[in-house]
Design a protein around this ligand. Structure first.
Ligand code: SF4
Length: 372
């Protein structure tokens, strides 16, 4: 007889965990304690030592029918500047995903994946070059944040443990407060699982990541953006624009053929009006491709009437795409045109972890090729 797969506890919201305990005949009080062990103590086993306030009969049931959804680390690497740590994590079926811990000024951010591979096929992206394998479950998404939270805790409390960025960073280890869904995959292609995971990540009795500190990056899946608006989910929405005309955009982002630029702009306006949130437009700067003053003016015109901010990101080179990152001078010139002529705020994102292949999908590709 086939035995049921264990319940991944990270798949469950707090009410779902409580309901499961009632089904097992246990008190919801024990469910509340388990929740604290999962997300406050970041427990990594069902042992009496890890969960001292749970009776043995409860822990025995958990051992028999539940799992902590661990994602063993296949590969872990730190950037030379000490600000970025990248993990290649193994799922229960042997597939691998990438998760990145980043330190910016005064904050720690986890960049997490939503799929194994990606179906969107952006030409410059290592994950897109890899193709789509499968969606992640909510528990597999949440477990990545827990993995990073554990790494921070270890960095802070274990004597003698090498601390991430200890030599290079002036910033102390901190609690995980920011999540960006910019790892492998298109989050809105896996809408239900991603939103379920976000509900768990936001729970104030758990990791308590505020909605405005969760960035969801999309290539422009119009039905997903409209659904976010309808459900009034006030996330930090980042749209991968990269070009300001339909033809140029479709050449970089094949998904634009399905969801054309005018429909995407209309969906962004709907989301912004429904939630009161500004839209963050990502623009990967590729030398000679989309970094000229004319390109800057085209994006300025496109976004003229939208509450928007542009994040300019010099290309992270990948082996599968013959493009180079824009030089600093050209990036600054682009930014100045947006500011002076369109009063459009923008940032030039610092390129973190280039030496550890921090662009999404790059570590998985490198590991596959046996080059790490
Ligand atoms: S950039 Fe994002 S949406 Fe595009 S292929 Fe890569 S992972 Fe997918």
């Amino acid at each position: 007889m086939k035995t049921a797969a264990p319940i991944n506890l990270y798949d469950l919201t707090r009410p779902e965990l409580s309901a499961q305990f009632v089904r097992w005949g246990f008190s919801p009080v024990h469910a509340a304690r388990l929740w604290n062990y999962l997300y406050l103590a970041l427990a990594d086993s069902f042992s009496a030592e890890a969960m001292p306030d749970l009776p043995e009969k409860v822990r025995a049931r958990l051992r028999a029918e539940a799992s902590l959804g661990h994602l063993p680390t296949a590969l872990e690497t730190d950037s030379s500047d000490g600000f970025t740590r990248k993990y290649l994590l193994t799922l229960a079926d042997g597939e691998r995903i990438e998760t990145v811990l980043m330190r910016f000024t005064g904050r720690v951010t986890a960049c997490i994946s939503s799929q194994v591979g990606c179906a969107m096929g952006c030409v410059f992206c290592a994950t897109g070059q890899m193709g789509y394998t499968r969606h992640l479950t909510p528990g597999e998404i949440v477990a990545q944040a827990v993995h990073v939270a554990r790494a921070l805790r270890v960095g802070r409390t274990v004597p003698g443990e090498p601390r991430l960025g200890e030599d290079a960073s002036p910033y102390p280890c901190a609690r995980l407060r920011n999540i960006v869904l910019m790892g492998m995959g298109e989050p809105l292609h896996n809408y239900d699982a991603v939103m379920h995971a976000i509900d768990i990540l936001r729970d104030e009795a758990g990791l308590a990541i505020a909605a405005e500190r969760i960035t969801l990056s999309t290539v422009g899946v119009v039905p997903g953006i409209l659904r976010l608006a309808q459900e009034m989910r006030p996330l930090h929405l980042a749209v991968s624009l990269h070009a300001a005309t339909q033809a140029e955009r479709a050449a970089l982002v094949p998904a634009a053929k399905k969801w054309p630029l005018d429909e995407l702009m209309a969906a962004c306006r709907t989301y912004s009006e429904a939630t009161g949130r500004r839209i963050f437009d990502e623009w990967t700067l590729i030398e000679g491709k989309n970094d000229s003053p004319a390109h800057a003016r085209a994006v300025g015109e496109l976004l003229r009437s939208l509450p928007a901010q542009v994040n300019l990101i010099p290309l992270n080179p990948t082996t599968g795409y013959d493009g180079a990152p824009t030089h600093n001078e050209a990036a600054k010139r682009f930014q100045k045109i947006l500011a002076d002529e369109f009063k459009l705020p923008s940032t030039v994102r610092q390129r973190r972890g280039i030496d550890i292949a921090a662009g999404c999908g790059q570590l998985a590709v490198a590991a596959e090729a046996g080059s790490q």
